[in-house]
Ligand binder design. Structure first.
Ligand code: PLP
Length: 389
């Protein structure tokens, strides 16, 4: 029997391991000396790498390559495009931004919209946006401010729960009002077979096996053009200044292509792992709650809690046992805060505080899931023993 590795990585939604194709593309690009803006041969070689990546990412997403702009990640992408200046030409500036309550924090704040023009779209207990209520609100704002005056931000897949929003239905509901749809596609692209249809897609390389610190905005049309956020040398056709991260961009294209090419196998694999995991969780503790269990979900994501078990304590114990998992809560600063996603879904605070998120990927095995279940079983049993002692 092969010995188990010392660590079990079940946190692919936080970041996915670097794909070998991305590593190879990056290593090759790191040896290119030129600055992509330099007109000499060295510069042209670097430019060639960036433009080749743009072509391939555009083709993968089904958008014109010239409408793909590289950024330092999805956070910067959101900061750039969530702006009243992102209008379609006829109406400046946009009058309102509607943001789904379960958006990632990089979208939730609304960024360059004045706070009074930002409002939240509620979700139901499964984390799904009520499309009819959203359409009614957009219709009301459109009556007040005119066609094309509203921006709506809805993510395709939630990073904590994996819940998938009905993006096609949302796009259809917004179309008669000319509302601009921004979709944070970070967790969905490369993990689901279809690329969400939206006016603006936000993307991040490191969730699909690319490097950290690279992302992109993909516009469906050239008519949408928010005021640049980062100004300087005028790179990215003046939309995003700063010397391009050539190696990172090369890695992003390679990773995205690889993820899309294998997404159907990845989905089938993730479903099998999820079945083992969720059946095991229910067996270990009958009170286990899986958040968003009845909604369409990314098959690689399970966000669950056992009432009364604090996520922080569980995370530490599991980490000591070799398990890399995440709390379902935001913990960017290293501190576990209560999750706005679970709160928006109406989860009781006591249950939400115990939320753990497991997310798998191509390299995750049944053995990994079983190792997690064994560690979780031990943790729950130790707690029960302490409670009777
Ligand atoms: N949107 C979602 C759904 C995410 O999961 C993340 C990363 O955690 C981001 C946006 C931010 O992406 P980046 O790390 O590229 O800034």
């Amino acid at each position: 029997m092969t010995p188990r590795p010392t660590r079990t990585y079940l946190d692919w939604n936080a970041t996915a391991p670097l794909h070998p194709a991305a590593r190879a593309a990056m290593v090759a690009a790191l040896d290119i000396t030129g600055n992509p803006s330099s007109p000499h041969a060295e510069g042209r070689r670097a430019r060639g790498i960036v433009e080749d990546a743009r072509e391939r990412i555009g083709a993968s997403l089904g958008v014109a390559p010239r409408n793909v702009y590289f950024t330092s990640g999805a956070t910067e992408a959101a900061n750039w495009v969530l702006s009243p200046t992102a209008a379609t030409g006829q109406r400046m500036p946009l009058a309102a931004l509607l943001v789904a309550a379960t958006e990632h924090t990089c979208v939730l704040a609304g960024h360059r919209f004045p706070a009074e023009r930002v409002s939240t779209i509620p979700v139901d207990g499964q984390g799904l946006v009520d499309v009819a209520a959203l359409a009614a609100r957009v219709a009301e704002l459109t009556r007040q401010h005119g066609n094309g005056s509203v921006m709506v931000a809805v993510q395709a897949a939630n990073n904590e729960t994996g819940v998938l929003q009905p993006m096609a239905q949302i796009a259809e509901a917004l179309a008669p009002h000319g509302a601009l749809l921004v979709c944070d596609a970070v967790q969905a692209v490369g993990r689901m077979p279809d690329v969400p249809k939206a006016d603006i897609l936000l993307l991040s390389a490191h969730k699909v096996g690319g490097p950290k610190g690279v992302g992109a905005v993909a516009f469906a049309s050239e008519a949408v053009s928010p005021e640049p956020l980062i100004k300087g040398g005028g790179q990215e056709r003046r939309q995003r200044s700063g010397t391009e991260n050539v190696a990172g961009i090369a890695g992003f294209a390679a990773a995205l292509e690889a993820a899309i090419a294998t997404s159907s196998q990845a989905i089938a694999h993730a479903r099998q792992l999820r079945d083992t995991l969720e059946t095991g969780l229910a067996r270990i503790h009958g009170g286990t709650v899986v958040f968003g269990a009845s909604a369409p979900r990314l098959p690689n994501t399970t966000c669950f809690a056992v009432p009364g078990v604090a996520a922080e304590t569980a995370l530490i114990a599991l980490d000591l046992d070799g398990m890399a998992v995440s709390s379902g809560s935001a913990c960017a600063s290293g501190k576990v805060a209560s999750s706005h996603v679970l709160a928006a879904m109406g989860a009781p605070i006591e249950t939400a505080r115990g939320a753990l998120r497991l997310s798998t990927g191509a390299a995750t095995t049944q053995q990994d899931v079983e190792a997690f279940l064994a560690a979780w079983h031990q943790f729950i049993a130790r707690r029960a023993q302490r409670a009777v002692a």
